[in-house]
Design a protein around this ligand. Structure first.
Ligand code: ASP
Length: 433
């Protein structure tokens, strides 16, 4: 029998997980059972992916940078990558704003539901506000300061310091380009080998993906809040979902226009990473798979993917910025506020920055949303309104974040003449010659 493609296996895992979750919620002991006996497998799966995030970035980025022949091609690629990331984020925020202004989801919330939600989630919202308060107290150049670690072991010891690890890896790679070839070779060979090992580890972990995803979905379902509240927020979610879907359309267009690859080719190649993003809600946890798919199935040369994707996972969050724009305006609408054009333009700027600053972990976009709200003068307590829907929307926006990174990597690869045909297995070697 022909083996089912991985994305189908993952999809089946998701649906069976949802089904099992729904069945178990019918029993009084069901929730506890799922938390005790099913959820841990989901956590193990996510942990094993996170486990290889730091070594993956170190190995692949050092290899990627040192494979570049000189510093000028590095800065050219860096410039292209960052500008494209910022442009796609601006497009995403703008789409979000247009949609939320057309649908006006906040106006459909009645007084009773609003009070109910505010009461139910007041505690959670407060803790998010505190996190954001800490962020705000930092100076304007704090983000820049945070980029440079004072100890690489310290930085690499937490998955929350990806940008610091990236900084170190690029710096190390530059050093490697600048020393004599003879001395650089053994170091490069080591990182080449390390890279191979880690990619193999990802392959092995992915064999367990359908089961991991099953466990994660079942746990999510039994922990979901009451369905009344979810229905009350349908319009808001719909606005975010329509926006995210349009964004996927934008990526397909970008890929078609700039690389002449069909939307089907693009989606087929990236879909396992999208599905994994949906079940982990974390671009960082999805990164290993995004890299594998982009290289092996979309034909992006490793030199490009190893540079563009880790950076994208941390700073390019189009789905998050779109969600932040919709959520901010939705909350304002729900409180009966009228936002001026000036305020909405301000949201474009803050949501872009806030999405860049969001960590690639579940729920990070919501923490940073507080900053967008604060800047626009929207009551932060409104966070409580959208709390119930955050996780499902986080799943979807993370998937868009990952898709955006992949699309941009193809575009940058094309512009560097590093986009090959994934069917031709040895094209990678041809490039090296
Ligand atoms: N979960 C998102 C990500 O990892 C970030 C967020 O929007 O919360 O990409």
């Amino acid at each position: 029998m022909k083996k089912l493609a991985l994305h189908w296996q993952i999809l089946i895992g998701m649906f069976v997980g949802i089904l099992v979750g729904l069945i178990f919620t019918q029993f009084s002991w069901g929730k506890q059972f799922v938390s005790d006996w099913i959820k841990p497998f989901g956590n193990i799966f996510i942990n094993s992916l996170k486990l290889i995030a730091v070594p993956l970035i170190l190995a692949s980025l050092i290899k990627g940078v040192s494979d570049l022949k000189d510093i000028s091609s590095l800065s050219k690629m860096g410039f292209r990558t960052i500008t494209t990331y910022i442009i796609t984020t601006l497009i995403a925020v703008s789409i979000g704003l247009v949609i939320v202004n057309i649908i006006q989801p906040g106006n459909s919330i009645d007084e009773k539901t609003r009070t109910e939600l505010l009461e139910a989630y007041a505690g959670d919202a407060e803790s998010k506000q505190k996190d954001a308060q800490n962020q705000k107290q930092k100076g304007p150049l704090q983000a820049l300061e945070d980029l440079v670690p004072d100890n690489i072991i310290g930085a690499a010891s937490s998955n929350g310091n990806m940008l610091q690890v990236i900084f170190f890896a690029i710096f190390f790679g530059i050093g490697l380009i600048l020393i004599p070839e003879k001395n650089a070779k053994p170091v490069k060979d080591f990182f080449d080998g390390l890279n191979e090992v880690i990619l193999k580890m990802i392959d092995i972990i992915m064999l367990a993906a359908p089961y991991g995803v099953f466990a994660l979905m079942a746990a999510l379902i039994v922990e979901a809040p009451s369905s009344d509240l979810i229905i009350a927020l349908l319009y808001y979610s719909l606005s975010v979902i329509i926006g995210l879907a349009l964004m996927i359309g934008v990526y397909m267009l970008i890929v078609k226009i700039f690389t002449n690859k069909s939307p089907k080719f693009f989606l087929n190649g990236i879909s396992p990473a999208q599905l994994l993003a949906i079940s982990t809600s974390s671009s960082a946890a999805t990164l290993p798979v995004t890299m594998e798919r982009v290289e092996e199935h979309l034909g992006v040369h490793r030199q490009v993917s190893s540079f563009v994707l880790p950076i994208g996972a941390t700073i390019n969050m189009d789905g998050t910025s779109l969600y932040q724009a919709v959520a901010a305006v939705f909350i304002a609408q729900a409180f009966g506020m009228d936002l001026t054009l000036g305020t909405q333009l301000g949201i474009i700027a803050t949501a872009t920055l806030a999405s860049i600053g969001s960590a690639a972990v579940p729920g990070a976009g919501m923490v940073m949303l507080v900053i967008v709200l604060g800047q626009a003068g929207i009551p932060e307590a409104g966070l409580a309104l959208i709390f119930a829907m955050d996780r499902p929307l986080d799943m979807l926006r993370t998937s868009v974040n990952v898709t955006g990174d992949a699309a941009v990597s193809m575009l940058v690869a094309k512009s560097q003449d590093k986009l090959g045909d994934p069917q031709v297995k040895d094209w990678d070697d041809n490039y090296k010659k």
